[in-house]
Design a protein around this ligand. Structure first.
Ligand SMILES: Cc1cc2nc3c(=O)[nH]c(=O)nc-3n(C[C@H](O)[C@H](O)[C@H](O)COP(=O)(O)OP(=O)(O)OC[C@H]3O[C@@H](n4cnc5c(N)ncnc54)[C@H](O)[C@@H]3O)c2cc1C
Length: 350
């Protein structure tokens, strides 16, 4: 069977590799031979993502300490073993996956593609403007504990500032910010520089870039005759923009479903059900926080049990888990809910 994959980022390059190694005739297309997209480069570690990181030798640093902050003040600190994430050299990871796909016989082409696509793996670039938000990354030299991550939530601006280590000796960091609505890259960069200079002093910026995240895209597995995978299918956490692991897992699910032939869509839906659950739980939480009066949301975050932060960091926050943890988060939360959720619409289309 012949499969044309549009987009050779995390999901597309892995899918091309998996399908080619299973005997499919694979043609992959990307606009650019060199993969680059602004990213925090954190990869949630699960069985499959761990194997991919090892096979591509792309690990840079494995943080163990996680500081959760609210408006610049720490509300929880977690020291987690085994570490829930690793920081990767994502360009290296994607380029290695492309090489592995080519070695299995996939034909990869760069530039504009023509012809029917069976798989759309264009990540956020497959989304419509109103489904997107923007995030910015600044790579800078500073002094930082190389095993630590900081996630600073802002309710006022509705987003998260992060600090991720980028090396093992605490000199390079990935500083970033993303909000839940569209802002220009220039404005985001200005806000990030202001916030991080307040924290670190003058920054020695090495590079900075912005990219979209399909934060408001509904989960959709097929559009017309094309299957969607990775962020193009809506697989990205709504609270934290976590999409690398889901890109790999959805690619593996689609490869297995396509191999089955008939009933591929149902199989794909079944294999990705867990990720759809996680994504919708994160959308619910984001919207819940957004619809609460500031003081109540602040109370909820400040009093959240460590189990909630750990589930979040370990990417285990399903609907069921969230519902079991919410009452402990803020007893007054439900009493003070007002109005309907602001934007979230449960939307799954298979
Ligand atoms: C600033 C930022 C920080 C992030 N931080 C993290 C993080 O720390 N951890 C995490 O897990 N996730 C993070 N994410 C999300 C993560 O980057 C994505 O979810 C993940 O890359 C999605 O993989 P994908 O394969 O679906 O798409 P991508 O990796 O985006 O790949 C899409 C590919 O499609 C190609 N393409 C686009 N248009 C076309 C076209 N017309 N024709 C052919 N090819 C095309 C692109 O060139 C690209 O190679 C972040 C995102 C942003 C923007």
């Amino acid at each position: 069977m012949k499969v044309r994959v549009l987009g050779l980022g995390v999901s597309g390059s892995f899918l091309a590799y998996l399908l080619a190694s299973r005997g499919f005739v694979v043609e992959g297309y990307d606009l650019s031979k060199r993969y680059f997209k602004a990213c925090g480069d954190a990869m949630a570690l699960k069985e499959l993502s761990n194997r991919v990181v090892r096979a591509t030798e792309s690990e840079l640093s494995k943080p163990k300490g996680f500081s959760i902050m609210l408006e610049g003040e720490e509300v929880a600190y977690l020291s987690l073993k085994p570490p829930p994430w690793t920081i990767v050299n994502k360009e290296k990871l994607v380029e290695a996956l492309r090489e592995m796909a080519a070695a299995e016989g996939a034909v990869l082409k760069y530039g504009k593609s023509q012809g029917a696509t069976l798989v759309d793996a264009r990540g956020p670039f497959a989304a419509r403007r109103e489904e997107l938000t923007n995030a910015v990354v600044i790579v800078a030299k500073t002094k930082w504990e190389p095993r630590e991550v900081s996630l600073d939530l802002t309710l006022r601006r509705r987003g998260t500032y992060w600090v991720f280590p980028l090396d093992d000796d605490g000199r390079l960091v990935n500083l970033g910010v993303g909000f839940d609505s569209w802002r220009s890259a220039a404005l985001l960069r200005q806000l990030a520089v202001k916030r991080f200079e307040k924290r670190f002093g003058r920054l020695e910026v090495i590079k900075s870039a912005a990219a979209p995240i399909a934060l408001w895209r509904p989960i959709k597995l097929k559009e017309g005759s094309s299957f969607l995978v990775g962020e193009a299918a809506g697989f990205v956490g709504r609270l934290n923009g976590e999409g690398n692991r889901m890109a790999l897992y959805s690619a593996a699910a689609l490869a297995e479903a396509l191999e089955r032939g008939s009933g591929a869509l149902q199989k794909y839906a079944q294999l990705t059900g867990r990720f759809a659950n996680e994504v919708m739980a994160s959308a619910l939480l984001l919207d819940l926080l957004g619809s609460l009066p500031y003081a109540v949301a602040k109370e909820a975050i400040t009093n959240a049990p460590k189990a909630l932060w750990e589930s979040w960091l370990r990417t285990e926050l399903t609907f069921q888990r969230l519902l079991s943890l919410l009452p402990a988060t803020a007893p007054s939360l439900f009493a003070k809910l007002r109005g309907r959720p602001r934007r979230w619409r449960p939307s799954l289309s298979y």
